[in-house]
Design a protein around this ligand. Sequence first.
Ligand code: AMP
Ligand code: ZN
Length: 141
Amino acid sequence: MDEGSPAPGTKCVFCDIVARRAPAWIVYEDSTTVAFLDIFPFTRGHLLVIPKRHGARLTDIPFEDQMALVRTLDEVCRRAERLAPDYNVALNAGAWAGQIVFHVHFHVIPRYGESNPFRAGHRPPLSEPEARAVVAELANP
Ligand code: AMP
Ligand code: ZN
């Protein structure tokens, strides 16, 4: 197996986003990382931060990619603070931890004083007008 690629015959939607084979509302991109809107946001402005190199978990990618990921996480958190000063950062590693997409990612989830947004079954899909509005607020440095 190629290091940094999904297993042969395995589709990875986040690799597809990196390669522009799948659409995404991208708010940040550099040579090693991308950040985009979650399509089933827990709250307004829910973001995902990923390395371009495929790896299921943080511990599957090289140290340099981990560092680049955290640098982008910092940038994305600063931008998320435009929406709300408070937010959650989460990383689910493994199915029992709730991981659904097996390409490592941090969630950045702005919090607006709602009680518990982390309820399964309470995740309306991101609408295009909402996505456009959030990208307009976050895509600029
Ligand atoms: P996790 O449970 O940590 O693996 O979370 C994966 C996240 O990816 C979920 O919050 C999904 O809503 C989100 N997601 C899945 N497919 C896409 C996609 N094509 N574009 C944006 N977000 C996605
Ligand atoms: Zn991938």
